[in-house]
Design a protein around this ligand. Structure first.
Ligand code: XIL
Length: 352
């Protein structure tokens, strides 16, 4: 049976996964699959600020360096994730932001230092950098006005207020200066399609944002559409997603699907003893497979869609059950928790 990487290579597409170093070290099956199935890898957490600089001034490069060494050995390209993000920042930084001891100018200076340190350290070894991640609010938080930030009072909003609107341009410039050859991406979720009445507003906001950056000469090379889908809502069709990708690439930008998974409800939240609404196993698996199909086909229809990365490939280690607890969700990956192929995998293989 052919690997995902070899099937994708026929289209000039890189097929990737997020990698968890603990599973990679402990689970031989997981390691073999990372090494053989994929042509690009992303550190699921190891390159986030809290992982790299847990103590102020002391960088811990070990796990991220090891991940890159493995990638080089396996002839894989690396997506760098992530430089600027309000989430998973070190405790010393979030504490300073929350207690007011770190002000806006200081935060901007710290960010610039961080970007320069990290991009320089990995220089020449990163294909695409997620320079800024998830800077934009969600329509359900602020239905009338999508903006840079999040819910009123949230850390995401505090972060945006402190940084002001110009930090994105500064971040991209600092990244470019430190590694001129890396492709620099803006990355976000719920930007798969325009005009779906909800998340579409966010896509439009991100579109206007990257268009403005590009017009201002800011060194941005691409948009990453995360692709965290759920079978119980927000299902798109191929041409909606293809249209969104085309609108981004018409700006002269590359695109990538950066964190694809397709989760489902796993329990009836109202009464855990009842079946999940509308989800017998095969219907659920079909719906998840369809979501993979939509994102992959849309990517394949665009020659500037550089890579298709799944956010984990086995339900054994997926982030979904740990994150989406109310109501409980899971089962979003290509292989099940025992590494059996799912309908989603067969669909993806067939589409390639
Ligand atoms: C997730 C990881 O998968 C989890 O292990 C971690 O606890 C939280 O973050 N969007 C992103 C990713 O950009 O960095 C997130 O990764 C998933 C959502």
């Amino acid at each position: 049976e052919q690997t995902l990487r070899s099937l994708a290579a026929r289209h000039g597409l890189y097929f990737g996964t997020a990698v968890d170093p603990a599973a990679y070290a402990a689970d031989a099956t997981y390691k073999t699959m990372v090494d053989t199935q994929f042509s690009t890898v992303t550190a699921e957490n190891a390159m986030k600020w809290e992982s790299l600089e847990p103590t102020r001034g002391t960088y811990n490069w070990g796990p991220a360096d090891a991940l890159i060494d493995n990638a080089v050995r396996n002839r894989q390209l690396v997506r760098g994730h992530v430089l600027v993000w309000h989430s998973q920042v070190p405790g010393w930084l979030s504490a300073g932001i929350n207690d007011g001891s770190i002000d806006g100018p200081q935060l901007r200076a710290l960010l610039k230092q961080h970007i320069t340190a990290v991009v320089s350290h990995f220089k020449g070894r990163i294909w695409q950098w997620d320079v800024v991640n998830e800077a934009v609010s969600d329509p359900w938080e602020t239905p009338s006005a999508i903006h840079l930030g999040g819910n009123a009072g949230s850390f995401k909003q505090k972060w945006a207020d402190l940084l002001g609107p110009d930090y994105l341009a500064e971040a991209f410039r600092a990244a470019r200066a430190a590694d001129p050859k890396a492709l620099l991406f803006y990355n976000d979720y719920n930007i798969e399609a325009f005009g779906d009445g909800g998340a579409g507003d966010k896509t439009q906001f991100v579109y206007d944002l990257v268009k403005r950056l590009r017009a201002g000469g800011v060194p941005i090379d691409g948009v990453g559409s995360q692709g965290h889908l759920a079978t119980q809502y927000g299902n798109y069709d191929v041409f909606q997603v293809a249209d969104a990708l085309r609108r981004f690439t018409d700006l002269g930008l590359a695109v990538a699907l950066t964190e694809v998974d397709a989760r489902s409800l796993t329990q009836n939240a109202a009464d855990p003893t009842l079946p999940v609404p509308g989800a017998d196993v095969s219907a659920r698996d079909q719906a998840a497979a369809y979501n993979y199909h939509v994102l992959l086909q849309a990517c394949l229809m665009n020659r500037h869609c550089l890579s298709f990365t799944v956010w984990g490939f086995t339900d054994r280690y997926s982030w979904i059950p740990g994150w989406f607890k109310n109501p409980p969700e899971g089962l979003g990956c290509l292989w099940d928790a025992s590494y059996n192929p799912k309908k989603s995998l067969r669909t993806v293989q067939g589409d390639l």
